[in-house]
Ligand binder design. Structure first.
Ligand SMILES: Nc1ncnc2c1ncn2[C@@H]1O[C@H](COP(=O)(O)OP(=O)(O)OP(=O)(O)O)[C@@H](O)[C@H]1O
Ligand SMILES: [Mg+2]
Length: 259
């Protein structure tokens, strides 16, 4: 079987500044991968490179067996993407259902009318995140955490093989974080590959199969319990961190929890 993600020697620059340098890793089978690193360490750029939204300077990227760039449309049809802090213009009268149905358009392409199947998939996705009661609500009337759940529903409506989530836990309350993590964990259990970019280290050991520590290049990639240690985290964040294990829970301190 082809790996879900294969990245070899990937470098990406904005103008003349490198955002990613010689990044290599492989996610062989569907699993839950968390990507962590400080501000500006290239996490968002990595997700964009997987989707063909930025042009690499060099390197090889293959996602779901498709080459990127080149076959990124095949990747996007099969991938649910939740971008970082998406703003949907609050003056636009976009309803929750319109946002979720966008996931169906992404899957099928423009130019085909929406079918009953599309509406059913959209409703089901909203149900999964506990937002089915908001179908006809204006998106802008929702709280930040509710909006984030709708954006996750949009990604689920794609019925994806791969989910890419950029800081889905930031700016939402602890109860919503729990809902989101539970939904993502369940998707991973069903065989969807989940790649989650996050700053919040604390739930990682419980949810992640693999962790990547990223700081422009890959500092470490491995099983969550191997990678989440003080030495590797300090190298990633360039500051002292403490990792305290209490059973399944790992409490990390010394890292800014911003954004
Ligand atoms: N469109 C752009 N044009 C120019 N530079 C950019 C652009 N996008 C990102 N960069 C730069 O590339 C580097 C990596 O940015 P990226 O957004 O990938 O980091 P990040 O790890 O996602 O950060 P954060 O934690 O703040 O979301 C940063 O130095 C950033 O300033
Ligand atoms: Mg980012």
């Amino acid at each position: 079987m082809r790996p879900v993600i294969y990245v070899e020697g990937l470098s990406v620059a904005y103008e003349d500044k490198l955002a990613l340098e010689e990044v290599s890793f492989e996610l062989r089978e569907p699993a839950f991968l968390s990507v962590i690193g400080p501000n500006g360490s290239g996490k968002t750029t990595l997700l964009k490179a997987l989707l063909g939204m930025v042009k690499p300077l060099s390197g090889t990227v293959e996602v779901l067996g498709y080459r990127v760039p080149g076959e990124e449309y095949e990747v996007r049809r099969r991938t649910g993407y939740v971008p970082q802090r998406e703003r949907i213009d609050p003056t636009k009268p976009v309803l929750v259902k319109d946002v979720v149905l966008m996931g169906r358009v992404a899957k099928r392409g423009w130019g085909r009318g929406l079918t009953r199947e599309d509406y059913e998939a959209a409703r089901k996705a909203l149900e999964v995140v506990g937002m089915e009661g908001f179908w006809d609500e204006p998106f802008s009337h929702l709280s930040g955490g509710q909006q984030q759940r709708v954006l996750i529903a949009r990604a689920l409506a794609v019925q994806p093989q791969l989910l890419l989530l950029d800081e889905p836990l930031s700016g939402v309350d602890a109860a919503t974080q729990d809902v989101i993590l539970k939904v993502l964990r369940e998707e991973a259990r069903k065989g969807v590959a989940v790649v989650m970019v996050t700053h919040d280290l604390n739930p990682l050991l419980e949810v992640s199969d693999y962790v990547m520590l990223l700081n422009k290049t890959v500092v470490a990639f491995g099983r969550a319990e191997e990678v989440l240690n003080e030495y590797l985290l300090a190298r990633t964040f360039m500051r002292r961190v403490s990792v305290v294990k209490a059973g399944e829970k790992v409490v990390v301190s010394g890292v800014d929890h911003h954004a």
